[in-house]
Design a protein around this ligand. Structure first.
Ligand SMILES: [Zn+2]
Ligand SMILES: [Zn+2]
Length: 249
């Protein structure tokens, strides 16, 4: 398909080698769990990236007692968490499936930073369930990656998950957004992130009326909010954010 051509062409040789190496490793050692390294049961070897223990350790956040805007677990507040009372987000809702800690944090680390590409399937499986249950019929828009990160890594983690969602589960994916290179977001607060991002998200294709914006980690909500703003300016009327994990403040 045409969508991975633009950045494939821009990859440096070292990124190309990293990518090829990751693919080769997974072909050579298919019998080990990609999270704990434990041997997989014989019948689970074909295509299954996780052992049963690791699979069981991925426990989704309970659906009740969560902020209805950002999905942060609530302690003593009702409906809306304290930070959402102070903040105006551009998205209509956010749902994060897990807390960004323990096995889920390790899963994301192994996937993004150790290039365990097959873990895309595990992420897609959780997203697919949430999409089918909560947003039937809506179109998925991947949160655009920082092009510098894609060049360094050799691949785009969110894009790869969206490819599985389209091919394996039949979800409609609209690659409506692109991102210009910008400074790193890590360790910045909400306001700093928002001004950092301003003008770096651009629309490359008109989005449909209602979309689910998909990302791996929800931290301050700044990225989701900027993406939602761009999507709405381009004609979307509803943007619901969906992420694998929320990094609690
Ligand atoms: Zn394991
Ligand atoms: Zn909230």
């Amino acid at each position: 398909m045409a969508h991975h051509k633009p950045y494939r062409a821009a990859l440096s040789n070292s990124a190309r080698r990293v990518y090829a190496g990751a693919v080769l490793l997974e072909l050579l050692f298919p019998g080990r769990c990609l999270l704990c390294g434990g041997q997989l049961a014989f019948q689970a070897r074909h295509g299954e990236p996780l052992c049963l223990d690791c699979r069981a350790s991925l426990v989704p956040l309970a659906a009740d007692r969560r902020c209805r805007v950002c999905s942060l677990p609530l302690i003593s507040e009702r409906d809306t968490c304290t930070r959402c009372r102070l903040r105006e987000y551009e998205f209509d809702s956010n749902l994060s499936l897990f807390e960004y800690r323990g096995a889920v944090r390790e899963l994301i680390y192994q996937y993004k930073f150790r290039n365990r590409l097959r873990l895309a399937g595990v992420l897609a499986e959780h997203f697919a369930r949430a999409l089918a249950e909560g947003y039937p019929g809506t179109v998925v828009v991947p949160a655009p990656a920082n092009p510098q990160a894609v060049r360094r890594r050799g691949w785009d983690p969110v894009e790869r998950v969206c490819r599985v969602l389209a091919r394996q589960y039949g979800f409609a994916v609209c690659r409506a957004l692109a991102r210009r290179p910008g400074p790193a977001q890590k360790r910045l607060g909400y306001e700093a992130r928002r001004s950092n991002l301003r003008g770096t998200i651009r629309v490359r294709r008109r989005p449909p009326d209602a979309v689910v914006l998909l990302d791996d980690v929800f931290t301050t909500g700044a990225t989701a909010s900027e993406c939602a703003r761009a999507l709405k300016q381009a004609g979307a009327s509803r943007v619901d954010a969906l992420s694998l994990a929320i990094d609690l403040p």
